[in-house]
Design a protein around this ligand. Sequence first.
Ligand SMILES: [Zn+2]
Length: 278
Amino acid sequence: MTWHVAEDDIRAYATGELAPPLLWSADTHLAGCGECRSRLRAAVDPVALDAGWERLDAELDAPRPGLFERLLVRLGVADHTARLLSATPVLRRSWLLAVTSLLVITVLAVHTVDRPALFLALAPLLPLAGVALSYGPGLDPTFEMAVVAPMHGFRLLMIRTVAVLTTGLAFNGLATLALPGYGLLALTWLLPALALTATGLALTPRLGPVLAPALVAGSWVTLLVVAEQYSRGTLAPFTAYGQSVAAAVAVLAGLLLHRSRDRFDARPLGGFPGEGAE
Ligand SMILES: [Zn+2]
C-alpha cells in the first residue's frame, strides 16, 4: 500500500470536518491501515476525546424514558411519578409473563373442568398476588429508588397499588371475556378482588409483605372450600349477600390501611417485620 491519507485530511477527519467523498475514502483506508490509524490517534486532541467519551458514557448510562413513561408524562403525570410507575415490576416482561400464564392456566382449567366457579375463585387472587409481588427489595428493582424518592411513602404505595390493581383488573376483565355465556356472574370476582387486596395491604405493616398476602389468599381459599360444602349452586361469596360482605370488607380494610399509613412511611428505615431488615 503506497497511498496514505494526507496530513491535512487526517486533521480534518479528527475534527469531523472532512467532507465526502474524501471522508469515504479516508474511512475505507483507515479501516485497513494501522499506520494512518496511529497518525489519526496522534492528531486527535486527547482532551476533546476524553470529553467525548464522558459524554457518550453519560448518554449510555442515562435511562431513556420508555413509551409508557412518555405517555404518562403527556397525560399530565409528574416526571418522578411517571418514572416510578414505569419502573414498577408490573410493567416488566417477567411480571406480565407470570400474570399472563396464570390467567391462561386459569381459563384452561375452567374450560377443562367446565366449572366457571374455579375462575371466580382464582381471579380475585390475581390482583392480590400482583400487589404482593410489587414489594420488597428482592422482587422490586425500584426499591432503592423508593427509599431515596422524596415522596411520601404511603402515597408512593398507593400510586403503585393503583398501577398494579389496574393491570390486574384489566387482565381479569379480559379473562372474563373468555367466559361467554356466564353473564354478570362472571364479574362478581371484582369486589372480592378489592377486598382481598385491601386486606392484604392493611395487614402488611403488621405481618410483613409475604405473610400478609399469603394469609389472606389462604383464608379466601378456605372460605371457598367451606362455602362449597354448604351451598348448592352459586357459592356464597358470589351471591348478592356475599358481594355486600366483600364490599364492606374492602371499605373496612381501606380505612384500616389509611390509619396505618404512618407505618408504611417508616418502612425504608425499619423494614417490615419478617423482611430481614438489618
Ligand atoms: Zn495509510
